[in-house]
Design a protein around this ligand. Structure first.
Ligand SMILES: C[S@@+](CC[C@H](N)C(=O)[O-])C[C@H]1O[C@@H](n2cnc3c(N)ncnc32)[C@H](O)[C@@H]1O
Length: 209
């Protein structure tokens, strides 16, 4: 089970948190991308994306310049302020991007709409991650894929305990939960993991539909 305080992890609270930090997000996240090697993980995972792509929790659009050229990307996010930054980035890049404000737990798309669904560093924040994962899988076409890049609660007992202890402070300051058991949540959502790459707290996961 994920240890989070229900009061501070409602979807409204999550949205407010990201609206609040939107203008600092890239600055806060950049060291992890560059020094923590997350940028190269994004590139490796997203090289698999093809066709009609839905990126859930698109944030400020950090992945927009990573997608292969044969993709048409729709990005959704709960935070209007994060989305505003993604739109600015898309205007600058000039690719075929479309954005909508929506929650991954209730996607405004028909079943089997997309070839690929992408989420990077998102299910650490979604208020009900299992519902979100099920909904992400619903909108993927048969034969399609869900690509996930997520950090998870450390598996060692001491580090796990430490991450649980500092999670409320980290969540308040920078947004995500650092103690989500996303691999367990994927199993609980009934998704079919075909590939998983583990490195420290990072997971690159490919789910086939
Ligand atoms: C840590 S940021 C990651 C942003 C981006 N994916 C990246 O890799 O930089 C988490 C994002 O998920 C969004 N988010 C949180 N809960 C969500 C939900 N239920 N549905 C859609 N987006 C959500 C937040 O607003 C935020 O933009």
């Amino acid at each position: 089970m994920t240890r989070t305080s229900p009061r501070s992890d409602t979807q409204g609270a999550v949205t407010a948190r990201y609206d609040r930090i939107a203008r600092f997000y890239d600055l806060i996240d950049r060291p992890m991308d560059v020094l923590g090697g997350v940028a190269s993980r994004r590139r490796r995972l997203l090289a698999r994306a093809h066709g009609a792509v839905l990126e859930v929790g698109v944030g400020t659009g950090r992945n927009l310049d990573v997608y292969p050229p044969d993709t048409v990307v729709t990005g959704i996010d709960v935070s209007a302020k994060m989305l505003a930054r993604a739109r600015q980035r898309a205007d600058h890049l000039g690719g075929p991007f479309r954005f909508e404000q929506a929650a991954v737990q209730q996607l405004p798309f028909a079943d089997a709409t997309f070839d690929t669904v992408v989420a990077t560093c998102v299910f650490c924040s979604v208020a009900d991650p299992v519902a979100g994962l099920r909904e992400a899988a619903r909108v993927v076409r048969p034969g399609g894929q869900v690509l996930l890049l997520e950090h998870v609660r450390p598996r060692t007992r001491l580090l796990g305990w430490l991450f649980d202890a500092i999670n409320p402070v980290v969540r308040r300051l920078v947004g995500p939960n650092i103690n989500r058991r996303t691999e367990d949540n994927i199993v609980r959502a009934g998704l079919d993991v075909v590939e998983i790459r583990r490195w420290g707290i990072w997971r690159e996961i490919v789910v086939r539909h």
